[in-house]
Design a binder for this molecule. Sequence first.
Ligand SMILES: Nc1ncnc2c1ncn2[C@@H]1O[C@H](COP(=O)(O)OP(=O)(O)OP(=O)(O)O)[C@@H](O)[C@H]1O
Length: 319
Amino acid sequence: MILDVDVPTVGKSSVDQAVWCSGLRKRFGRRPAVQGVSLEVGRGEVVGLLGPNGAGKTTVIKMLLGLTHPDAGDVRLLGRPVTDPAARTRVGYLPELFRYQPWLTAAEVLTLHSRLAHRGSSKQARHDCLAKVGLAGRADDRVGGFSKGMQQRLGLAIALVADPEFVILDEPTSALDPLGRADVRDIVLDLKSRGVAVLLNSHLIGEVERVCDRVVILDHGEVAASGSLAELLGQRELKLHLTGVTPSAENRLAALGVVERAGDWYTVALPAEDDSTAVPSLVRDLVADGIEVHAVEPARISLEERLLGILRADQGGDR
Ligand SMILES: Nc1ncnc2c1ncn2[C@@H]1O[C@H](COP(=O)(O)OP(=O)(O)OP(=O)(O)O)[C@@H](O)[C@H]1O
């Protein structure tokens, strides 16, 4: 099933995109892993990549980075061919499986990676980078003594150290504690505020919902749905717990949008255009009409519910 919410326009200027790909395909032996994926991440945009185990997310990411050669399809990274070092050095990448040289210190690993990206980094910059990922004070400790979560934090620092224009994070919170997850959220929001594009592959849907502008859902190697959160999650609703409702109050509710009633609870579909005065003026009118307003709650399905709905509709076949 393909849910055509917002399929990227193939052929749209790839120069304006942090990454753009069209018709990516990859097989491992006889098993197709990626079957015609087209997607894009605009400059300064944060895009979430979601999907079940084996959907092809990491394989797509590796093709976007030129680490895996596609059987078919095109990729442009920061407007250039994916093999162009000028593009690759401007990209920060945290791989899904991370291991760093155990004999080096954290600061030495950062120095190595800034050199690989042809960027110098001052001692202060390396310290700031480690502090950002919660490793302040561990700069001179050998990586071999780091816990898994600390190694993942170091991987994040590596992705950030060369001041990238585009950051790809492949399951950046898989080994992290709740504090670490909150740190990653802050890091992504900080990147976004500085106009750095981010592609975030995560199974933590709540995190994706919090930080991403747009989401691409992969299933069985295909784009099952993509779009902004508003497009994917649909119309916002308002739930009201009301008693003493009069016919004129019912008319007032219906003037805002389609109304459903379950006992004393009324659900009103809000207009698509974001009118910040609609809800306060509705509540004011209801109260003026003598209606008892017990509760007013915004409602919208969560990204998790939406994702499960799409994947269940698409169920079948082995991973
Ligand atoms: N190097 C490889 N050799 C053989 N098969 C592979 C290889 N890499 C990936 N695959 C297969 O490709 C498919 C997609 O794998 P991929 O790692 O891209 O999925 P994913 O969506 O990232 O999954 P997860 O959420 O579990 O990390 C799977 O069927 C996997 O077994």
